[in-house]
Design a protein around this ligand. Structure first.
Ligand code: ZN
Length: 128
């Protein structure tokens, strides 16, 4: 009889822990709602990441349920990477430096403001 310890497999680790990442991404998405006027693209980006994480978790749960090999995750992860690369303008609107003056952006500007400009170049939203 072959006994496979699934608790150490990649799919088991993903299915056990990925919901924490999904909840964190959705919590960030809810916080971004506070800056709704300024962060439509970045809110959608966090939502897309939550959807991809959910797809990864669903596939890892299916692998465990049907007792399949973890190698199935490889083309899925590759596919998700290709999707992120091809739609990188939608998935990765976050910039670390100001578009206009190249000054380092504060965390609030990186996460919540679509303009990717510093407080001096784009004074909108400074009241919050
Ligand atoms: Zn600037």
């Amino acid at each position: 009889m072959e006994t496979i310890c699934k608790s150490n497999s990649l799919s088991a680790v993903l299915s056990d822990n990925l919901y924490i990442l999904i909840l964190a991404i959705l919590l960030l998405n809810l916080i971004q709602r506070r800056y709704q006027k300024y962060s439509q693209k970045k809110r959608m980006a966090t939502l897309y990441f939550a959807i991809l994480s959910l797809a990864l978790m669903a596939v890892s749960l299916l692998i465990i349920h049907f007792n399949l090999s973890d190698l199935i995750l490889a083309p899925l992860i590759l596919g998700l990477g290709i999707i992120i690369y091809l739609a990188r303008n939608r998935f990765l609107p976050f910039r670390l430096h100001c578009r206009k003056c190249s000054k380092r952006l504060p965390f609030k500007r990186i996460i919540f403001f679509d303009s990717n400009c510093c407080d001096d170049c784009d004074p909108r939203g400074n009241d919050k």
